[in-house]
Design a protein around this ligand. Structure first.
Ligand SMILES: [Zn+2]
Length: 224
């Protein structure tokens, strides 16, 4: 097996899940073989980009921020349009924090970035359990996308989704077991962009529940 086969690129958002994936990748591929990319997609909360850079620095891996700011021009979602409030009470359909196509675009760009650097493994923190039901986070979508990327780039890219079938509780436990808890103090999850986190939005509530069920104090809440 050549060295190049063992390199991994983590799509790092600066949040809890992708940070856990970074520690998973370091554990599996070795720190020297792991790089991260962060996408500046025009998100309202610029603190996410800062968090990603801080997490990568803390973990001792590189982080490159790539600009793809077309989503805000498309409009209609609460994460890129500051005129839209995060809808906490969605009774049907997808919540307005769903950015259509986001993960598909992220992974296509990540695959292109990886291709140019002979990196075969992509790692993303998507999960289909416990989450907001985003269809681009499902296993079926990721496997179809992986096949598309392989065909479209004539590559053997592999998309790893270590959190796909884990609950939030299990994700917290994984971060702990991989030595990633300290980095959690640097992450950003809150949909309202608040630091310390608001504690009221769906993202904050989900995160809090995961830590509570795991019986672990969230380092973010005691960080300054
Ligand atoms: Zn919040």
């Amino acid at each position: 097996m050549s060295g190049n086969d063992e390199k991994a690129l983590v799509v790092l958002s600066g949040g809890q899940d992708s940070t856990t994936c970074l520690y998973w990748a370091i554990d599996r591929f070795g720190r020297d073989n792991v790089a991260t990319v962060t996408f500046d997609y025009g998100q309202r909360h610029r603190v996410e980009l800062e968090s990603a850079a801080n997490v990568a620095a803390h973990a001792g891996v590189s982080n490159e921020c790539l600009p793809i700011d077309t989503f805000s021009a498309l409009g209609g979602d609460a994460l890129t349009d500051e005129d839209i409030d995060v809808d906490v009470a969605v009774s049907s359909g997808l919540p307005n924090t769903f950015v259509p196509g986001r993960n598909i675009i992220f992974l296509a760009f990540a695959a292109a970035y990886a291709y140019q650097r002979d990196i075969r493994h992509l790692v993303t923190g998507v999960a289909q359990t416990d989450y907001s039901g985003y269809p681009d986070c499902r296993e079926e979508t990721i496997r179809a996308l992986e096949e598309t990327l392989r065909l479209g780039m004539e590559s053997e890219v592999h998309i790893h989704t270590p959190l796909m079938h884990l609950s939030k509780k299990q994700t917290v436990e994984m971060a702990r077991d991989l030595g990633g808890l300290d980095a959690m103090a640097l992450t950003h999850t809150c949909y309202n962009g608040e630091r310390p986190p608001c504690g009221r939005c769906p993202a904050c509530e989900l995160r809090a529940r995961g830590f509570a069920e795991a019986g672990i104090e969230d380092p973010l809440l005691t960080a300054r």
